[in-house]
Structures are given as structure tokens and as C-alpha cells.
Design a protein around this ligand. Sequence first.
Ligand SMILES: [Zn+2]
Length: 338
Amino acid sequence: MLLKQYVKFICQSRWITCLKNNSIGQLDYLKSIVDSDKIDWKYKDKKTIIKYLDEICTHIADSCSPVTEVTINKIKESYTLLEWNAKYTEILRKNGECMNCHQLLSRLKLSNEEFESLQHNVKEKLIVGSDLFLKSTPDELETFLKFVEKTAPYDVVLDALNIAYVAKTTFKDKLYLLSYAVDYFAERELKILVLGRKHMLKWGQQSWRSISKKSFTFFTDNLTQDDPYFITAAILSGSHTDFVSRDLLRGHRFVLKQDKLRNIFQRWQWQHQWKLFSTRRGLKIQSPLKFTPCAQKNNGVWHIPYEAANASAEGKVNDGVPDCATWLCMQPNSKLKS
Ligand SMILES: [Zn+2]
């Protein structure tokens, strides 16, 4: 395929429409190159095209969500035409290793600026009114904020009700789970906040006494429903604070409407969320992901996640992490080990 035709192919391909609006300028520019007869393609080598494709991949990385299978096929096709080595691959969940090139994907931390914008958003929402954000009384909200101000920063915030309900049996078992999580972090000499509901206090005084010796505790009213107190506490606490909950925090209402913020929130979640599981072999505490499951370029190699056309909704809903089995790994041929 001639280079010029090739660029035209890229520009006209439907997959471009899958990308977000802010890449339009770049795509227009690509089209203008194709339409210009002044360009002597002999001197426009593959590098130019690779540069544009690279920009498109960067855009996908910035948007931090998997592309469709149609899109990924087009990208693979494009890079293969340019003699790159493009292969579908799987990323190991435990450490972020690519099964094709064996590179470890990076953990992309939030910049200070990004975290501040998240924190600012939470603070703003708290001021606007408790009805919209935390479903609680103004008194409770004020008590909570004073408490956080006095006791933060924490290393880790525990969503007590969520942790306790991993046990489906007795209150004693539920408290055992919570104590297990508190002990896990207390042994590591971390500053802990346990956020629970008032009714949980009736589950067993002795356990609570023990828990409160190792952590700060705060209890909201029983009427408070699914409210993100623990997210609020963790975000107000500071950029290093982790949290423990199996809650997926999907589409949280305070970030729902802004793409950029939702993206930052998602990355914050991946970076800081611990989970407790009950397995056949006993309790297991899962640390946050060691890599960011977004498209990324490391040492000249692109890794891009995509959603398989036949992917079951179930797989994705399970833990809120893109499928580790559907990624594309692409590297220039020069990088191949012979
Ligand atoms: Zn790879």
C-alpha cells in the first residue's frame, strides 16, 4: 500500500470516530496532509506516520479506558503495516507483566495537581450541601469534618461495614473480619481510621475496645445509606492515604459528570484500594494494583487494553479492573530479540 493511501486509510477508518473529540484537530491535520499534493511522499517516511499513530495512542492513554475491539484491530493493522511487532497479549494481574514482551507495566501515580483537583472537588461538594453528597444531617456532617480535621492524616481508612459483610454469618464473625483487617495494618504500624455505622457497636463490646486501641473510629447514623464517608475521609486525609473496601465506587456521584475528574478518581482508586476476601484457604488482603491498567508506553513499547466484543459484562463488573486478558503489545521490530 502506498504511504499516501495508507494515511488516507487511517483517516477514513471508522475507528477514528471512536476517539474523543479533542483528537479531532490532530485528525484534521492528518487529512490535510493527505489532501495536499505538495507533499512528496518519497521523503515522508514511516516515522511521520508512526508519530501520528503515537499521538493517537497517547490520546487513548490519556482517556484511560479500553478501546473497542474494532479500534484495536485497526491499530494493530496499522502498526503491522509499518513493520512493528504487534501481538495480542495478557497482562499478569499480580505484577503487571506482559506475557508477550515480559515488561512490567508502570503504576502511574496521580500528580500533585491531579490529586489536589480531586480533593478540591470533594471539599467543594461538602460545602455545597450534605443533601447532594453525603446523605446525613448537617450536625453529623460537621462532627465528622471536625473529627477528620483533628485526627487526619491517616495511612489507611477502613470501610467497616463493607469489610464486615464479607462474612455472611454471625456478628462475631463479622467483627472477627474487621479485627483481622485492623490488625493487619496495625502490625505495620500504620495510622488507621475505621468508619462504621452506629448499629455495629452492638455487635460486641470487647472487639470494639480492642479495635479502638489500634485505630481511630467514627460511626455514622444507621440511616446513612451507602454514603462515601470513607472516600471523603481518605481524600481529605491526603494523597498517600489508602482505603479498604470491596465497593467498586462505580460512577460516584461527585465525579460522575466530569470526564477528567472521573479518570483521576479511577486512577486514585486503583492506586489506593485494598480489598479483603474470604477464601477457602482463609482471609486474604489484596493490595492495590501494582500497575495502572491504562494504555501506556514504556521503553518504546505500547501496551493498550481493549474490550473484547464478546466480553461478558460480568467479568468487568467483578472488580472494576479492565480485563487483563485483552491487551495489545506493540514494539518496533528493532527491539525484537532474535
Ligand atoms: Zn508487551
